[in-house]
Ligand binder design. Structure first.
Ligand SMILES: [Ca+2]
Ligand SMILES: [Ca+2]
Length: 591
């Protein structure tokens, strides 16, 4: 009995790792006990790996030919992981020679291979945007751009029915509008304005914040040879759809364009069930107003390539704003709607009852794009002291980011200094004490971060830290933004890189209809899965309910393994921003 007890938790794990499992690319010599960014590291940046081990020992960085190039000592984490175990970590920040390596720990084995080089995240950063091309509705994807994932056109959406909930004087129920293009939202084939709002804005902000760099990023999409940066071309695919979702008669915006029910797992072209636009709502209309206002000031830079577009966007934004002013409390409540109207709509709800944040965001974008601060006149910009990391239903910080970085309204918006202070305070709270948690990332600081779509929390924390860096110039925020990218790419409680196709152990079975039904083994690349979520809202039993381990690579597990446009966007922002800022990550300082 005593002997049994002396067998450590990690020795059992090590034994299990040698037995192997059904994970992709697992070999006898790679260890599930070593958790690191499976893509790699910038030469001058902080480099850490987490080793699930009881005690310190030497660790070695080796070439793929097993030549030792760096030796260090493992150190113990100050706090246990969420499962209650102290872990070890390897810090090899001072090793910066470009090349391909593995990390070796005698008691744990070899890590997955990784690279040390400049622009090490370039490919995954590009893929995170290219993923939207694969999500395009209303076009076929030729092999030239889509490679082995080429597919037929689905959902042209040129014949879309007005659902009875969306009826207006000029558009009777059952009448037809055309609402083509747009991105599929997630694992399903529907298109939701609310979720498009934060997604489209995050990608627009990526361009707005890093224009010089983003002009160099090529996606190999049909628009790659025109004069517009590819990230903006991709955004345009969704923006032009969003414009069709506004009722031209009154400026209100339909909540979503959808099938009545989720269709079965099939390719896009096989789903030919009727499509509807449903009820206008305050959240959709304000999100639309915010995105169109932001888009107008960006596309204004391309008057020859996109004549009239900036004007169309700002006009649409203002009409939407006016509708919301007259209809400030129209929530989308699908269950109530289904008591009144047929057919019943059972696809994603994206219901939200609090529009304080949507008003703040839309007013901020409109004020900045028009220069008219009157938009902010009746808005309480600081309704409470919270600084919530953005989600589709909580978009307040998107407005703050815009006010802070544009700074045109500093004289007329008295609370602007306070908003700046709060952003920095929030970033400081985020990074305070991070190095004591087992994985040493902001994401792994709190079990509360692990809900549905938890990977997007990690990515959006990274975006916030980059905003704090841009505001303060303090590099420490960038270091922790990078640590959250490390988390997403493998330094985490599951050992997965959560981005399909990028890393050694990556999701092979995302809840994503094309990936599941196209007959290609590899899923569509560049997609961020939702990640650890002990909630199990999908009813799929997880191997662990420990917050940061509550994950399964199963196509039925939509609560842990779906993909979504609003999750990919902060990944795209974070990875591309760090690529743009990589020279700032070189460190002479030690921590
Ligand atoms: Ca282009
Ligand atoms: Ca809200």
């Amino acid at each position: 009995m005593k002997k049994y007890l002396s067998i450590s938790f990690y020795k059992i794990l090590f034994a299990l790792s040698l037995i192997g499992n059904n994970a992709s690319a697992q070999t006898d010599t790679t260890s599930r006990l070593i958790r690191l960014n499976q893509i790699g590291f910038y030469p001058g940046a902080i480099k850490k790996a987490i080793v699930l081990s009881d005690r310190g020992s030497d660790f070695f960085i080796q070439t793929l030919q097993k030549q030792i190039v760096f030796t260090g000592k493992l150190k113990s984490s100050l706090k246990p992981n969420f499962a209650g175990h102290i872990v070890q970590f390897a810090d090899f920040t001072t090793f910066g020679k470009p090349g391909r390596y593995v990390l070796y720990v005698p008691s744990a084995g070899y890590s997955y291979p990784f690279e040390v080089k400049a622009s090490v995240h370039k490919a995954v950063a590009v893929a995170a945007i290219k993923a939207y091309y694969f999500m395009r509705s209303g076009t076929h994807l030729p092999e030239k751009y889509a490679g082995k994932w080429h597919r037929a056109e689905g959902h042209p959406d040129t014949v879309v029915l007005i659902h009875p909930s969306a009826e207006s004087e000029g558009r009777k129920a059952g009448s037809i509008i055309s609402s083509p293009r747009g991105w599929y939202d997630a694992g399903d084939y529907n298109k939701y304005i609310v979720n498009s709002g934060i997604t489209t804005s995050t990608l627009l902000s990526l361009f707005e914040d890093f224009p010089a760099y983003m002009k160099t990023v090529k996606l190999n999409i049909p628009e790659s040879s025109n004069k517009i940066p590819d990230v903006l071309d991709e955004v345009l695919w969704n923006l032009r759809w969003m414009l069709t979702m506004q009722d031209p008669a009154d400026g209100g915006v339909y909540h979503k364009l959808t099938n009545a029910a989720f269709d079965k797992f099939e390719m896009p072209d096989k789903d030919t069930s009727p499509r509807y636009v449903v009820q206008k709502g305050t959240a959709a209309t304000l999100d639309f107003a915010a995105v169109m206002a932001q888009a107008s000031r960006i596309f204004k830079q391309y008057p020859n390539e996109l004549p009239g577009l900036a004007d169309s966007c700002i006009n649409a934004a203002q009409k939407a704003w006016n509708w919301a002013g007259k209809n400030p409390l129209v929530a989308y409540r699908q269950d109530e709607m289904n008591k009144k109207f047929e057919p019943k709509i059972t696809t994603g709800g994206y219901g939200d009852n609090n529009f304080t944040d949507e008003f703040i965001w839309a007013a901020s974008e409109l004020a900045v794009s028009t220069g008219e601060v009157d938009y902010l006149k009746n808005i309480n910009l600081l309704p409470d002291d919270r600084m919530p990391v953005p989600t589709w239903s909580q978009v307040r910080l998107l407005g703050y980011y815009t006010l802070i970085k544009n700074d045109i309204t500093g004289k007329t918006v008295p609370v602007l200094p306070e908003i700046r202070k709060r952003l920095i305070n929030t970033a400081d709270d985020m990074i305070n004490g991070v190095d004591s948690n087992a994985y040493q990332t902001v994401m792994t600081k709190s079990a509360r971060h692990f809900g549905w779509g938890s990977t997007s929390e990690a990515a959006n924390e990274g975006v916030l830290l980059i905003q704090a860096y841009k505001l303060s110039g303090d590099k420490k925020y960038l270091d922790y933004a990078l640590a959250n990218l490390d988390y997403l790419l493998g330094r985490n409680g599951t050992g997965y890189s959560f981005v399909t196709g990028y890393g050694t152990k990556t999701p092979m079975h995302p809840h994503h209809r094309p990936s599941a039904t196209d007959g290609i083994v590899d899923p569509i690349p560049g997609l961020l899965v939702g990640g650890p979520n002990p909630g199990m809202q999908d009813g799929v039993k997880l191997p662990s309910k420990v917050p940061d381990e509550a994950y399964i690579d199963d196509e039925h597990a939509y609560a842990a393994n779906e993909i979504a446009i609003n999750w990919n966007a902060p990944l795209a922002y974070l990875a591309n921003a760090l690529e743009a800022l990589q020279h700032k990550l070189a460190s002479q300082t030690t921590r």
